[in-house]
Design a protein around this ligand. Structure first.
Ligand SMILES: Nc1nc2c(ncn2[C@@H]2O[C@H](COP(=O)(O)OP(=O)(O)OP(=O)(O)O)[C@@H](O)[C@H]2O)c(=O)[nH]1
Ligand SMILES: [Mg+2]
Length: 317
């Protein structure tokens, strides 16, 4: 994969941005275009960053990008912005915080609004990741909203999940109980410059030790970091690389690999199908409800009609 060099180093980025916008505007073109993209020439890794609002994900991404660039990796960033696409200020704020690498053609940043186009955030992130990997970006960083189903879905795209905590967030044991332990491959206590960070790190280390992995499994590290100064970024990137090597050494038929790929395929398809159905439903619900209320249609007739129409719609698409 040629790395763009020469007189117009950012032309390749502009081309990619145009391609992604075109795909977002024309979902019907997505399968054909994605199938025709060349396969990535270099080993790639998708890394999801998850954690409560304000834990420091964007700040941490910043120092991770810097560290990866120092190691000659080309970095794609997919920022899932939980704020509405209409609150341009917040979106701009996030873009600006990521902006120092703006003139570096080895970094490509794309934000996704809270709903995502292309049938939801997960399929859209999946499309962007594939396009960037095909264009020679070797590390794809995905910043997710840390909570709820959306965060979980997006994380399903990642090869490696970095779970962030901070002593300020009142995180601690609750989050650990909420299933994040199974989700994370690498645990980071950010804001290590704040009181309580050491205790939180010990709690996480203790929980990880209690949650014994099966023999041969990845030993999940817990690290502490000061994202705002970059302290600890090198150790985090070392851990990300170690996880990548560990994954690469797994046999192709390893259960963990199978599970991950199944989860990615399932979430991508499931959310695009449900977005398709949502759109269809919205169109029809209003008039059907009115018909049921007026007695023009029975409720089960309406339900059967909706089911038949949705099934038909799925069949056609
Ligand atoms: N003291 C301290 N503050 C930090 C550190 N990392 C980030 N912050 C601050 O924490 C605040 C939130 O950081 P963000 O990077 O925006 O957090 P986020 O997780 O991306 O937030 P959302 O995208 O809104 O979910 C900012 O004011 C950062 O400057 C750190 O290591 N130490
Ligand atoms: Mg952020």
């Amino acid at each position: 994969m040629p790395v763009p060099t020469g007189a117009e180093p950012l032309a390749e980025q502009r081309r990619l941005a145009r391609l992604l916008s075109r795909l977002e505007r024309n979902p019907a073109e997505v399968p054909d275009i994605l199938v025709s993209l060349p396969a990535p020439q270099l080993a790639v890794q998708r890394i999801g960053f998850t954690g409560s609002p304000g834990v420091g994900k964007s700040t941490l991404l910043h120092s991770v990008i810097r560290e990866l660039r120092a190691r000659d990796e080309r970095v794609g960033v997919i920022a899932v912005d939980p704020t509405s696409p209409f609150s341009g200020g917040a979106l701009l704020g996030d873009r600006l915080r990521l902006a120092p690498q703006q003139d570096d053609d080895g970094v490509f940043i794309r934000s996704i609004g809270s709903r995502g186009s292309l049938g939801g955030i997960t399929p859209q992130a999946s499309v962007i990741a594939s396009v960037l990997e095909s264009a020679g970006y070797t590390r794809i960083l995905i910043e997710t909203v840390g909570v709820g189903q959306t965060g979980y879905d997006v994380v399903s795209l990642a090869d490696t999940v970095v779970a962030l905590f901070s002593p300020e967030g009142g995180d601690g044991i609750q989050l650990i109980k909420a299933g994040i332990l199974e989700l994370g491959d690498i645990f980071v206590v950010n804001k290590a410059d704040r009181p309580g960070a050491d205790t939180l790190l010990k709690e996480i280390e203790y929980s990880l030790a209690m949650d014994m992995p099966a023999a041969g499994n990845w030993q999940r590290p817990a690290l502490s970091m000061v994202a705002s100064s970059g302290q600890g970024a090198d150790a985090l990137v070392d851990a990300m690389e170690a996880h990548r090597s560990w994954l690469a050494a797994l046999p192709q038929d390893h259960a963990a690999r199978q599970r991950r790929m199944q989860r990615e395929l399932e979430f991508t398809v499931r959310s695009s199908v449900s977005a398709l159905l949502d759109g269809e439903l919205k169109e029809k619900l209003g008039s059907l409800a009115a018909q049921v209320i007026s007695g023009e249609t029975g409720r089960w007739q309406a339900i059967a009609q909706l089911q038949a129409e949705l099934a038909d719609r799925l069949g056609r698409d």
